[in-house]
Write a protein that binds this ligand. Structure first.
Ligand SMILES: *[C@@H]1O[C@H](CO)[C@@H](O)[C@H](O)[C@H]1NC(C)=O
Ligand SMILES: *[C@@H]1O[C@H](CO)[C@@H](O)[C@H](O)[C@H]1NC(C)=O
Ligand SMILES: *[C@@H]1O[C@H](CO)[C@@H](O)[C@H](O)[C@H]1NC(C)=O
Ligand SMILES: *[C@@H]1O[C@H](CO)[C@@H](O)[C@H](O)[C@H]1NC(C)=O
Ligand SMILES: *[C@@H]1O[C@H](CO)[C@@H](O)[C@H](O)[C@H]1NC(C)=O
Length: 360
């Protein structure tokens, strides 16, 4: 740019190509339904021509009638994991690589799973409960993605509008202040995008006796690991006559707080939008009203934060014989582990390459 006024000023500048090659979008983890098309995105910017290739478990994905790389870099698998003669599957870890004249960039590994709903790991068991007592029925299934569990009584959908009925997302059904009319045949229904399954049936019998009973914790909190912003549900269900009072505390004596904290049903603790500060050991206590008689149960909650970059390495231009420094920092809990790649290959320290400060 030249300015002419009284005298001549000149201003010159050079343009440094900052985006020799960079990902705009890397493939994300997905759960794919069998026999449906699957698209995995890989968007790059940089100086053309750029070629994009894909690998599954480190092996190039053969392209042809089954899979194609679209013009925008996306991988299209026409019929994901269509049943074939062999027991081969399309599930695995996929990454894409972009190449231009400056070098080669390899994406994160995206985990691709097949949606499935295997058989129940456990079925509800028949129980007999005193009138006014507490019933707990449970079933377990490991669906991908996680199955949605609902319950039926005598083959009809169970209404959970009655506040005495609490359904926890992990397949636990709690019924408090049990009445004769609650008895019946219970089963759970699990469903996800792959399938729907019904558990075996269990009988809930209600007896009339109302005798004195010491407090007992039927089920206390499980150890639980979640990510920040997720919801934690710590179960605690107690029975006794008179009905025990359930309360929560932290083993380290710190306050549980009030924000995002709610009690689900009669005694389960729900922590919404969890933060790292919510990690700790939680104690559930069941007290007999008006006495010191009590039972406790413990569970540890671990809140993790996925890794995220705080500082990225920047493109630099250096004369031969000079030094180039690339910096990279990431945050997360537990502390992330950093590795470096050069042209898509793991960079190992050698004569003129040094990794310092824990690879940062
Ligand atoms: C790439 O193209 C396909 C087909 O045109 C489209 O479905 C997909 O969303 C595109 N991906 C991106 C990241 O734009
Ligand atoms: C994929 O599925 C479609 C429809 O479901 C079918 O028409 C096509 O032949 C299948 N392709 C392959 C390669 O199996
Ligand atoms: C099929 O699966 C069995 C066991 O799961 C394995 O031993 C065998 O090698 C597999 N066959 C093919 C063709 O992948
Ligand atoms: C689970 O199933 C219930 C009843 O069919 C439905 O209302 C609810 O939306 C489902 N939840 C999810 C996450 O699919
Ligand atoms: C929970 O974790 C603690 C250690 O942190 C362990 O002692 C305890 O047995 C675990 N409880 C369950 C139910 O796994």
């Amino acid at each position: 740019i030249f300015f002419k006024a009284s005298g001549t000023f000149s201003c010159s500048f050079s343009i440094l190509l900052l985006f020799l090659l960079a990902f705009l979008q890397e493939p994300g983890d997905v759960i794919a339904a069998r026999d449906r098309p699957l698209l995995l995105d890989c968007q790059v910017e940089g100086e053309g021509p750029i070629s994009v290739t894909w690998r599954r478990n480190g092996v190039p994905v053969p392209t042809g009638t089954m899979a194609t790389v679209l013009a925008n870099g996306t991988l299209l698998i026409r019929n994901f994991s269509k049943r074939r003669d062999s027991n081969e599957t399309d599930a695995g870890e996929y990454d894409c690589a972009a190449q231009n004249r400056y070098g080669r960039l390899v994406s994160r590994k995206a985990r691709v799973q097949i949606a499935s709903l295997p058989k129940f790991l456990s079925h509800p068991e028949s129980v007999t409960v005193d009138e006014g007592g507490v019933a707990r029925l449970t079933c377990q299934v490991n669906g991908i993605p996680e199955a949605n569990i609902t319950w039926q009584r005598d083959r009809l959908p169970l209404s959970t509008e009655d506040p005495r009925y609490t359904l926890l997302p992990n397949g636990v059904l709690q019924i408090t202040a049990v009445r004769k009319t609650d008895s019946g045949l219970f089963r759970c229904v699990a469903s996800n995008i792959a399938n729907t399954r019904y558990s075996r049936e269990a009988t809930l019998s209600v007896t009339g006796s109302r005798t004195y009973r010491e407090p007992v914790i039927l089920s206390g909190p499980q150890n639980l690991t979640i990510n920040v912003h997720q919801t934690a549900i710590l179960e605690c269900i107690a029975t006794g006559n008179p009905r025990p009072i359930v309360s929560w505390s932290r083993l380290d004596g710190r306050s549980i707080g009030v924000e995002g904290i709610a009690v689900l049903g009669t005694g389960n603790l729900m922590i919404s939008d969890a933060t790292l500060q919510h990690s700790g050991v939680y104690v559930c206590s069941a007290n007999r009203p008006g006495s010191r008689s009590r039972r406790t149960a413990l569970g540890r909650l671990v809140v993790q934060a996925p890794p995220g970059f705080v500082q990225w390495p920047q493109s630099v231009s250096r004369p031969a014989g000079g030094s180039a420094v690339f910096s990279c920092t990431a945050s997360g809990a537990p502390e992330p582990h950093l590795i470096w790649l050069k042209n898509g290959k793991l960079l190992t320290p050698s004569g003129n390459v040094k990794l310092t400060n824990g690879n940062t």
